[in-house]
Design a protein around this ligand. Structure first.
Ligand code: PBG
Length: 329
């Protein structure tokens, strides 16, 4: 009882605080999202994501080597597809010589030990900006899964280590897992975006890839028929458990900060690693506030990243990865 127990003794100075600290951030926590474009010598800043860039393949090599030197050993690749290659069938998504397939090889050539994860979804390839195929004004499930499965296989053939389906179609994990097994890609893993919410925080990402749903008659204006309703909690557990049953090696909650209750709940229930995606809008908010001098960038960044890990994230996909690791060193 007080005053025999005084909790402030464990907070007296930084030495004791660091001794009893429960959550420690290291480079091993991070998965680094990378945006890739066609062309040469391109490193272009994304307007709504200050200090974050799209790279052409030649400059991607240098970036990946720098990440490796900083101790960042895993990347998650996204490609910006030229408009003339977009359709409603994902044709370009399964092109063995497509930008993603070349990006995978580029990263592996530059840095053979780098773990390469790839985004599997149709939105960057879709004229409508949707993650699947549209028929009669609807995003259809099973035909989309067929293309996503072929897309996953083509990433595996190009050398991807992990596939990261971000599309939220039903049954795609099982379909992709079975196809990988049938084709002998038994070592290629799946990190499933299991509890991915229909979130307004994805805006800057859609700027980065020019992949927002189009505003055209009879085309859904949002992704609410496949991404989850942010009011729901039990549904996240159901989605996650199904993905594990279907063969997911890692499950993910997305976005991050607003969903840490879901992260903790899933972490308590499942026995596979849990990833959290701190998404583009979360990055943009802090960059903007810091630019205005309203928030201390580094302090808030560390507080947010630590909160994500404390909530139960084993892996954090974050645009802050490089900033954090530089700050730590
Ligand atoms: C698309 C995809 C999105 C993100 C990752 N994959 C956007 C979306 O679902 O519309 C968002 C990532 C971010 O905002 O940082 N399948």
């Amino acid at each position: 009882m007080y005053p025999i127990k005084r909790n402030r003794r464990l907070r007296t100075n930084e030495a004791i605080r660091s001794l009893v600290r429960e959550t420690i951030i290291s480079p091993n926590d991070f998965l680094v999202p990378l945006f890739v474009v066609e062309g040469k010598g391109i490193k272009e800043e994304i307007a709504s994501m200050p200090n974050y860039y799209r790279y052409s393949l030649d400059l991607l090599q240098a970036e990946v080597k720098e990440l490796w030197k900083l101790g960042l050993k895993s990347v998650l690749l996204f490609v910006k597809v030229p408009d003339n290659l977009k359709d409603n069938k994902g044709t370009e998504a399964i092109n063995p010589d497509g930008l993603m397939q070349r990006a995978i090889k580029t990263v592996k050539n530059a840095c053979p030990e780098m773990l390469v994860m790839t985004d599997v979804a149709l939105d960057p390839y879709s004229v409508y900006g949707h993650d699947g195929i549209i028929e009669n004004g609807k995003v259809v499930n099973d035909d989309s899964v067929d293309v996503l499965t072929e897309m996953g296989l083509s990433h595996a053939e190009a050398g991807a280590d992990f596939l990261a389906p971000s599309d939220m179609m039903d049954g795609r994990i099982l379909s992709i897992r079975e196809a990988l097994e049938d084709d002998g890609f038994t070592d290629v893993g799946i990190m499933s975006y299991s509890a991915k919410y229909a979130s307004a925080f994805y805006g800057p990402f859609r700027d980065a890839l020019d992949s927002a749903p189009v505003d055209v008659q009879d085309i859904p204006k949002d992704k609410k028929t496949y991404q989850m309703d942010y009011a729901n909690r039990f549904e996240a557990l159901r989605e996650t458990e199904m993905d594990i049953d279907e063969g997911a090696d890692i499950v993910m909650v997305k976005p991050g900060l607003c969903y840490l209750d879901i992260v903790r709940e899933i972490k308590n229930e499942v026995d596979v690693p849990v990833a959290v995606y701190q998404v583009s809008g979360e990055y943009a908010m802090l960059k903007a506030a810091a630019e205005k001098g309203w928030l201390d960038h580094d302090a808030v960044m560390m507080e947010q990243i630590t909160a994500i890990k404390r909530a139960g994230a084993d892996i954090i996909a974050s645009y802050f990865a490089k900033d954090v690791v530089k700050l730590l060193s």
